[in-house]
Design a protein around this ligand. Structure first.
Ligand code: TZP
Ligand code: MG
Length: 205
């Protein structure tokens, strides 16, 4: 997969008065390299509509598009890849369906990271680094210690996620992360573009 630094996930609850596509386009203009559609509430038709719109937007800007959970929707709109959690379809099964598309796997411990790597994940998520209210199924924060472990032992790209804000991202970068993912800090910002630019400024240092 194309390398990346800043990964934005949708979270429409954080911008109740703004359009999804408008917010994600601002994030892209701010320098986001990957957009993920993550929506745990919409029905299939609504999801498909959003996925189609985001596919069109990301194509226009040559940005990678990932769909969370729904392999069928990822295939239907020709997304670049899918993102799966530990409780979702096992990676070898997903690989049979998506072929060469990107598969990202959420991990919370080194054992999960090593397994995902050995099974051919294209990247892994590492988190939640800090406490976050964005993810409903509560997983205890893994802290920057886990980021440090992954940086030491994992060779495939990894992206730190969970409670990452402009005011704590330095800690995550110091632990070895070169790729960052955020939901609320980006899409909930009153200046989405500026927030992305500020994240990238920190990542480039
Ligand atoms: N996976 C691990 S933490 C998380 C996901 C989807 C939510 C991150 O959201 P935020 O708002 O950046 O803390
Ligand atoms: Mg999932």
């Amino acid at each position: 997969m194309k390398d990346f630094r800043l990964y934005a996930i949708t979270g429409e609850q954080f911008h109740p008065n703004r359009d999804l596509i408008e917010v994600m386009e601002e994030a892209i203009l701010g320098g986001v390299d990957i957009v993920q559609l993550r929506d745990k509430t919409s029905g299939k038709q609504e999801l498909l509509r959003k996925a189609r719109a985001l596919r069109e937007l990301t194509r226009k800007h040559d940005v990678t598009f990932i769909v969370n959970d729904h392999i069928d929707i990822a295939m239907e709109v020709d997304a670049d890849g899918i993102h799966l959690g530990q409780g979702d379809l096992p990676l070898p099964e997903a690989r049979k369906i998506v072929g060469g598309k990107i598969i990202g796997i959420s991990t919370h411990a080194l054992q999960e990271a090593l397994l995902a790597e050995s099974q051919g994940a294209d990247y892994i998520g590492v988190g939640p680094v800090f406490r976050t209210a964005t993810k409903a199924d509560v997983v205890d924060p893994v802290s920057v210690r886990y980021v440090r472990e992954v940086a030491q032992f994992i060779k495939i790209p990894f992206v730190a996620i969970g409670g990452i804000k402009l005011n704590n991202v330095d800690e995550v970068i110091d632990a070895g992360a070169t790729r960052i993912c955020a939901v609320s800090e980006i899409v909930g910002s009153s200046d989405v573009r500026g927030t992305c630019e500020a994240f990238l400024g920190k990542l480039k240092r």
